[in-house]
Ligand binder design. Structure first.
Ligand SMILES: Nc1nc2c(ncn2[C@@H]2O[C@H](COP(=O)(O)OP(=O)(O)OP(=O)(O)O)[C@@H](O)[C@H]2O)c(=O)[nH]1
Ligand SMILES: [Mg+2]
Length: 511
């Protein structure tokens, strides 16, 4: 010990002088104790500051996916679980949106009835709500950064190369990226009026059910006024083009008691309730919808099966109603909340929800900075549906391209990816009703036409795309979800919370 101190120049310099007086020694020891105390105080201050920083740790999550994929619904699930009181208080504001959703379904029915009462023009024979496999046309500019990321994705995807040569091309099994392709049929049937199996042909007579539909439709006309009124209430007239999201509806100070006008619209809806039930219960209406391949039950904001409740004069939306309601997001909204439970106490969460339609995707990029995780939603039930903003493009194909763009984005290279293969409930119902997935997704082949096989198949495809397109290896978590269901989604959101917090802790340690 002694020998070592002799070797140490610092120790030698600090060694007390050999002729130190008792007074000088006392002073020196006091000074040294003082210095130690100051140093300890500094250490303590640093420790406290670190703790405070940890406490106000900010966790950022970004919700991405095409329009109607379920981003806002996922956000509402977070709200329902983590700020239940605020969620409950806001339910009343959803009433007008749910009523509008209901009226929209009625419109769909009336449009189908009107079209069915005149002989179908050849162009109307093609279903417009759901695509037949041959109606796809490829449009590849689906990314939010179409010029850079998507073109890169295109270049990397062997599927796109093969498609440009031949539509009926089958993948070569020596292709290293074989798993990262999803071959969606585009020219499968030669008959343009390919009838849905089990659906009656146009030439068969409509069943008669003794209901005078013409008169009924007339009695429903007042709903138009309700619709105009509710829309005017939700969209401030100064906003042109309409630019509203839920936040803006919610910020009305002090809540919004039902105004006289609002109770007037509830009265009109209530007065129409019998006719609405007759309309939705009519065999002829169901038949027209079947023939036109309009599957209202699978559409967003479907409340016709809840007419009894929703048309009540004193109707108040339930949690489930709020989750099922459809309100398109325009712009970006951020939801902040404090994680109150368990050892995650104190972390502030910020979940960013964006509009998913194509023209809104460029607005996503500024939010790529500093995110801990992305929850990407791909509605896998949409394999037979066109994009509403571009009817030539298949929704599943758009989701796949968007996923490739997100995976390959360099700004997001270090971000964990959480994938929700959403709307599994609708997928299950579609497959059970006899729609063959293999007709639309050629690479699905003759695998079993059930939701388990299908969702596992999609999970492996999306996961392979992630591996092939990520600039560097990253963590990836995939879930099959139906985010409108509260029980199953609660467990998934708890897993996502743990995943995101682990990633956030890693980044805090790295910083
Ligand atoms: N049956 C079912 N419906 C769902 C599911 N997820 C979302 N929906 C419904 O689908 C509709 C669209 O969901 P949103 O959450 O508004 O979609 P979004 O991704 O926010 O859409 P944009 O705001 O246009 O980008 C809503 O009516 C939801 O209730 C699901 O898993 N199953
Ligand atoms: Mg939304």
């Amino acid at each position: 010990m002694r020998a070592r101190r002799d070797d140490d120049p610092l120790a030698a310099a600090m060694r007390p002088p050999p002729d130190e007086s008792p007074e000088a020694r006392a002073l020196r020891l006091a000074q040294e104790a003082d210095a130690r105390r100051v140093s300890q105080e500094i250490d303590e201050a640093i420790r406290l500051e670190r703790q405070r920083n940890k406490k106000k740790r900010i966790v950022r999550v970004l919700l991405l996916g095409q329009s109607e994929s379920g981003k806002s619904t996922t956000l509402r699930q977070f709200q329902r679980i983590y700020t239940p009181t605020a969620f409950r208080e806001e339910r009343v504001h959803w009433r007008a949106i749910i009523q509008l959703n209901l009226i929209r379904s009625v419109h769909t029915i009336l449009t189908a009835l009107a079209a069915a009462s005149s002989p179908p023009a050849p162009s109307l024979r093609r279903p417009h709500h759901h695509q037949s496999p041959r109606s796809y046309t490829r449009t590849l500019d689906s990314g939010f950064d179409a010029r850079s990321s998507t073109s890169k994705a295109k270049a990397k995807s062997p599927a796109h190369h093969s498609r440009s040569h031949s539509h009926s091309h089958h993948h070569s099994h020596s292709d290293p990226d074989i798993d990262a392709t999803l071959d969606i049929a585009e020219d499968y049937f030669s008959d343009p009026d390919y009838p849905d199996p089990g659906s009656p042909s146009w030439d068969q007579p409509f069943p008669t059910d003794g209901i005078d539909l013409d008169e009924l439709v007339l009695r429903l006309l007042p709903l138009r006024h309700v619709e105009a009124f509710l829309k005017a209430q939700l969209v401030p007239p100064s906003d042109d083009p309409p630019n509203f999201n839920l936040k803006e509806i919610f910020v009305r100070p002090g809540g919004r008691p039902a105004s006289a006008d609002e109770s007037e619209s509830q009265r009109v809806i209530w007065e129409c309730r019998e006719d609405l039930m007759t309309l939705w219960g009519s065999e002829r209406v169901r038949d027209v919808l079947r023939r036109r391949k309009v599957r209202l039950e699978e559409e967003s904001g479907f409340f016709l099966n809840d007419l009894e409740r929703v048309t009540q004069y004193n109707y108040m939306p339930t949690d489930d109603d709020v989750l099922k309601a459809r309100l398109k997001t325009i712009g970006v909204s951020e939801y902040k909340f404090q994680m109150e439970a368990g050892d995650q106490r104190g972390a502030e969460w910020r979940i960013v929800d964006v509009g998913g339609s194509r023209f809104q995707r460029p607005t996503w990029v500024p939010f790529f900075d500093d995110v801990d995780a992305i929850i990407f939603l791909a509605p896998i039930s949409a394999f037979d549906q066109p994009l509403s903003e571009d009817p030539k493009v298949n929704r599943l194909e758009d989701s796949v391209l968007l996923w490739k763009t997100v995976c390959s984005n360099k700004l997001l290279a270090r971000v964990d990816l959480v994938l929700f293969l959403n709307k599994c409930d609708i997928l299950g119902r579609k497959l059970e009703s006899g729609i063959q997935l293999g007709r639309y997704v050629r690479s699905y082949g003759d695998r079993a036409n059930d939701v388990d096989t299908a969702s596992k198949y999609f999970l492996s495809k999306f996961s392979a795309i992630q591996r092939a397109f990520s600039p560097s290896p990253r963590r990836f978590y995939g879930f099959c979800t139906s985010v409108t269901e509260t029980s199953t989604t609660a467990g998934i959101i708890a897993s996502v919370r743990d995943i995101v917090l682990r990633q956030n802790l890693r980044q805090v340690k790295l910083a």
